[in-house]
Design a protein around this ligand. Structure first.
Ligand code: NOJ
Length: 600
């Protein structure tokens, strides 16, 4: 065993006693609409998921996170919940959910479900009651109803904009269901940070808090192992709901605040809007943690919080709050070694300071799949959430594939927990040419198509080559059209093919476990540290019982020679040279490749 490199080269020192499952788990995100359809209606469902869990057991994941399957009008693909204690008929029944949880547990796979506490659907019983009860009622106080500004209250209460485009406020009497209703003349406005159909809850209201305690218990009692918390940074808004847009430029463009403190952007995190990352959210998570801790089996909370800077994100995973927070800073980095290293180093610095794991992720149902995102030689033209349409520059599929394999292998080598999005294990690309009429994402419609939206990463995944809908559904139906050249990506095409991305993932998960990479310490490899286009990190077992593993990623265009004394055990490159495990020195690692190597 080699001695550890100098202390200043350390990115992460692992405390040996921290072995809880969620600190190092590989968790697979299932998007129920698009995983597997058992009843043939073209929409994935819970029995479909249960029938395909063996694929995940074979892959070697520790847990699944399942995006929302609750009763919902599906205006935002289930992130608009009408009943948190029931299953949408599209997906099945509560019995189907019980069966899924039981089968996953039988296979040794934990189950994390999605919780959407920032908003409900406008078809939720509470919101229907709020509309009917009128201004000033206790029913309205569960949501964010306000009077408008200006003569007749005709202007929205503030200048906030919806994340999906357009205003974040809708006037009650302008709703589609207003004509002829009790609220036909009602002049109040309600807040929705997302679609009009997703009214924000009022987290100052104790009834709202009590209801979510009860929802947590409902699912914990059914045996789930945790919750991915949607918009975890959004529930509490800055006092007085102050305007924001005037501050945007200032925050983005200057370091100084002209006008001194009086002009300081409102809210607890001046770099973010006053509806995100307010300090008040933490009290909610501290309380939820006490509920989860009453249950056996290390149940977890995972924050979906797009929060800058990383120190602020680390506050969500303090030891009495949530367990994990997705590291979106990593996801949004360009394919550039020094940028990746800087983010990795900073992530460990902030998370280590609160004794939390770092939670890596490269793709999910909200961003362009990384097999396509990384397929732009000069970097993607638009942000990861904006989508790609037929009229946009198209990614280079080969480049994207190489880099996606390399990025995934880097991620899976890093200490901490890692999330795979369904299809990542196949290096599935984005559907970048979806016709406008197929698109369902509200961002596409609310921006008049300017943002292409997120449908391209949500297309049903291919299981069997050469069959209708690639085996996604028995009838060949598919709620979004699949590209016609996906045979090669299908599970059936990749299973058993040693060079395939699926087998690469299976090997990676097996070796990650064998070498304890998820609970390792991490340091720069001294010989290559600082070399351009090269990320070279040494993963070492804090107990010194397992061999060191070199994680070497080449983002530059030039191949790099593997330092002496290391032998490749796994390579993301399809070519034999770098994939060889012959153990000879002088192995050259090509561009856009990650290898794992052991000493010896
Ligand atoms: C984040 C979810 O991941 C996304 O899909 C959804 O549209 C928004 N939150 C609103 O719930």
């Amino acid at each position: 065993m080699s001695p550890l490199p100098d202390a200043d080269q350390h990115l992460h020192l692992q405390a040996p006693e921290q072995t809880e499952w969620w600190r190092h788990a590989v968790i697979y995100q299932i998007y129920p609409r698009s995983f597997a359809d058992a009843d043939g209606d073209g929409m994935g469902d819970l029995p479909g998921i249960t029938s395909r869990l063996d694929h995940l057991a074979e892959l070697g994941v520790d847990a699944v996170w399942i995006s929302p399957f609750y009763r919902s009008p599906q205006k935002d693909a289930g992130y608009d919940v009408a009943d948190y204690r029931d299953i949408d008929p599209l997906f099945g029944t509560l019995e189907d959910a019980d069966a899924l949880i039981a089968e996953a547990h039988r296979l040794g796979i934990r189950v994390v479900v999605d919780l959407v506490p920032n908003h409900t659907s406008d078809q939720h019983g509470w919101f229907r009651a709020a509309l009917a009860a009128g201004p000033g009622s206790p029913e309205r106080d569960r949501y964010m109803f306000r009077e408008g500004k200006g003569p007749g209250g005709d202007q929205p209460p503030n200048d906030w904009e919806s994340i999906f485009g357009g205003a974040a406020w809708t006037r009650v009497r302008e709703r589609e269901d207003a004509p002829g209703s009790a609220w036909a003349e009602d002049g109040q406005w309600y807040l929705h940070l997302f679609d009009t159909s997703q009214p924000d809850l009022n987290w100052e209201n104790p009834e709202v808090r009590g209801e979510f305690d009860s929802i947590l218990r409902f699912w914990l009692d059914r045996g789930v192992d945790g919750f991915r918390v949607d918009v975890a940074h959004g529930m509490v808004k800055a006092e007085g709901l102050p305007d924001w847009s005037g501050h945007v430029e200032m925050v983005a463009g200057t370091e100084e605040t002209p006008g001194g403190d009086a002009a300081r952007p409102p809210g607890d995190n001046p770099g973010m809007p006053p509806y995100f990352d307010q300090d008040g959210v933490h009290e909610i998570y501290r309380h939820w943690r006490t509920i989860l801790d009453e249950y056996e089996g290390q149940r977890i909370l995972v924050a979906e919080a797009w929060v800058d800077p990383l120190e602020r994100l680390a506050r969500y995973v303090r030891s009495d709050e949530m367990h994990q927070a997705f590291n979106f800073a990593f996801l949004t980095q360009p394919w550039e070694a020094s940028a990746l290293r800087a983010t990795i180093a900073e992530s460990y610095a902030v998370n280590d300071s609160v004794d939390a794991p770092t939670t890596w992720v490269l793709s999910n149902h909200d961003v362009v799949r990384h097999a396509s995102r990384l397929g732009f030689a000069e970097g993607a033209a638009s942000g990861p959430n904006k989508g790609i349409g037929p009229q946009d520059p198209q990614p280079d599929r080969e480049l994207g594939l190489r880099r996606a394999r390399a990025a995934s292998l880097l991620m899976l080598g890093l200490p901490g927990s890692a999330y795979l999005y369904q299809g990542d294990e196949l290096a599935l690309p984005e559907h970048t040419t979806l016709p406008a009429e197929s698109r369902e994402d509200p961002t596409f419609h609310r921006t008049g198509g300017e943002e292409r939206g997120r449908d391209g990463c949500r297309v049903p995944i291919p299981w069997e080559a050469g069959t209708p809908a690639y085996g996604f559904s028995p009838t060949g139906e598919s709620w979004l059209p699949q590209p016609d050249d996906w045979d090669a990506y299908a599970v059936s095409s990749q299973r058993g093919d040693a060079g395939s991305t699926l087998e690469l993932h299976r090997q990676a998960l097996r070796l990650r476990r064998e070498y304890g990479l998820g609970t390792a310490s991490l340091a720069d490899e001294p010989q290559l540290a600082g070399a351009g286009g090269v990320l070279a990190l040494v993963s070492s077992d804090p107990a010194g019982e397992r061999p060191d593993v070199l994680l070497l990623t080449i983002t530059g265009t030039e191949p790099v020679e593997l330092p002496a004394g290391w032998s490749v055990v796994l390579s993301s490159a399809a070519d034999a040279a770098a994939g060889s495990s012959s153990g000879t020195d002088g192995v050259v690692v090509p561009a856009d490749t990650t290898v794992w190597a052991v000493r010896g």
